[in-house]
Structure formats: structure tokens, C-alpha cells
Unconditional design. Structure first.
Length: 286
């Protein structure tokens, strides 16, 4: 197999440029770095993979990934360590160039795609409102996947889901469930409620305690009138890392729920709070 060794080639520059949003928008492609992300891309979205680049050592170490890719007739290129480092400092021996999904911003049909997803009657949805930190966004997508959520939506001015740190933080979960972007929080909440989902805003100022709701969830729960049922189809809305949800966003929700803090911690970070809330719903629904 011919090995690519010129770290200054146009191909290398083209791949490296995908770390920037402008290049991703122009080409409609993004980087998937590291064995876990590439493994999941090959397994779940092989038709969207344009190229796989791998060092000789990683080709031997991750032969189940590259073997599967070659069996699918994907273009797998052996490259030198210098070339791979020039393409991405976070490749860990292997990376892929992948086409963006049709369910992301820039398609001009996000609301139509949302309605298509809602027609599948989702039971658990995670909504990120104006979440800017790529690590948090990726971790919430991963947590939503682990909790069995049916859909994740990044609303408002949230981070680009194809930011390399977002993609790495999802650990492949980006390829497991639909992730929508490019819609306002108000339009999204209205569509969720119109399709029968209970919309809960997660916020430390909430009047309702998550543990209390979990105690009375389900058909046998002794809920007071108007108390939301976590066992029903639910969408959780999580706010910005620094300022949380705005007052107008909280007002859109059916209820505002706080995660109880038993110790002396002032708060939980976004990804941790989201994980707790999503797993509470997953437990109640099962």
C-alpha cells in the first residue's frame, strides 16, 4: 500500500482546514478523530464517509476498524505519522472525513425535519439552548444516547455540532441518534408541546424537585393535580453554561425542575445536570 508522506500537500491542507467552521460549511464535511469516533462512523454511517486516514501502527492496532472500512469499499489511506499530525493533532492514529447529516443547520428545512422526527413519537428528547461549550454539548449528546433518548436538538445560538471537540466528546454517539440544529427555542417548544410532549426546563430555581417527581412517576404515583409525570413522553431543556435558561425560556416550559443538591456544592455543571435529568426520565419511563 502506498503511504502518503507529504505533510505539505494540498490534501493535507484540505483535511486540516476542516477544523475551522468556514471550511466545514463550504464543503459540508467534518473531521472524526480517533478510533472510537471512526469505529462508530464506519458502523453506523458508512455511506457518509469520504476518506479514512490511518498510520501504519494504527492500521495494525485497529484492524477491525480499517478492515470493516475496506470491506465496505471505503477509501482507506495509509499515511505517515507526520502527515497525520499535520492533519490533526488529536487523530490518535486514525481519522475520517465525513459528510454532514441532512438534519443539521444550513439545510433550510430544520422545522420540516423536526416534524418528521416528532412523527416517530419520541419518548425522550434533550434540548440544548444557547449552549456554547463544545465539551458540554458533546457530553450531553453522549449522555442522551446512553439514556435512550430519541432526539437531541441544539437550539438558538448553540455551538456547531461539527466542531472537532464536540465530535470527540460524543464518543461516536453523534452517529447513533438524530441531532437537529438551526431552530429557535420558542418554535421548538411549541412543536414539542403540540405533539404531546411534556416540556421540562432544568434550572436551579425550579419550584419542583427532581427526586420528588421521580417518587410519584408512573400510573401508580400519587401525584398532586398538575404535577408532571416523568413517565410520560418528555423533553428536557437545558440552558447556557454561564447563565442557564432565560426567564422567557423558562416560561415556555410546562414546569421548571431543579436537581436536588444534598451536599455543599453550589451547583452542577451542565453536562452532569443533564445526565441526571435524562436518566431520571429514562428510569421513570421503564
Amino acid at each position: 500500500m502506498t503511504e502518503l508522506t507529504n505533510s505539505r500537500s494540498e490534501r493535507v491542507r484540505s483535511v486540516r482546514s476542516l477544523a475551522g467552521r468556514s471550511a466545514r460549511s463550504r464543503t459540508n464535511r467534518f473531521l472524526v478523530e480517533g478510533p472510537q469516533g471512526v469505529r462508530e462512523a464506519v458502523a453506523f454511517v458508512p455511506a457518509r464517509i469520504r476518506d479514512v486516514y490511518v498510520s501504519a501502527a494504527a492500521d495494525a492496532r485497529y484492524d477491525e476498524i480499517t478492515g470493516s472500512a475496506r470491506a465496505l469499499d471505503l477509501r482507506v489511506h495509509r499515511v505517515s505519522d507526520e502527515v497525520l499530525a499535520a492533519m490533526s493533532p488529536d487523530a490518535q492514529g486514525i481519522l475520517a472525513v465525513v459528510e454532514q447529516s441532512a438534519t443539521t443547520a444550513g439545510t433550510g428545512s430544520t422545522e420540516h425535519l423536526l416534524l418528521e422526527q416528532l412523527r416517530t413519537a419520541p419518548r425522550l428528547v434533550a434540548v440544548l439552548s444557547n449552549v456554547r461549550d463544545p465539551g458540554n454539548a458533546g457530553t450531553v449528546i453522549r449522555a442522551a444516547d446512553a439514556a435512550g433518548a430519541d432526539l437531541v436538538v441544539l437550539a438558538g445560538e448553540s455551538v456547531d455540532i461539527y466542531n472537532p471537540k464536540v465530535v470527540r466528546s460524543t464518543a461516536g454517539s453523534l452517529f447513533h441518534l438524530p441531532v437537529l440544529t438551526g431552530i429557535t427555542v420558542s418554535a421548538l417548544v411549541g412543536a414539542l408541546q403540540a405533539n404531546g410532549l411534556l416540556v421540562l426546563a432544568a434550572d436551579g430555581s425550579g419550584d419542583l424537585d427532581l427526586d420528588d417527581l421521580l417518587d410519584v412517576a408512573g400510573p401508580d404515583g400519587r401525584r398532586a393535580a398538575g404535577t408532571p409525570d416523568l413517565a410520560g413522553a418528555t423533553a428536557w431543556v437545558f440552558g447556557n453554561e454561564a447563565w442557564g435558561l432565560r426567564a422567557d425560556e423558562r416560561a415556555l416550559a410546562d414546569a421548571v425542575v431543579r436537581v436536588p443538591l444534598r451536599g455543599k456544592a453550589e451547583s452542577l455543571n451542565l453536562a452532569t445536570a443533564a445526565t441526571v435529568c435524562l436518566y431520571a426520565s429514562a428510569r421513570a419511563q421503564r
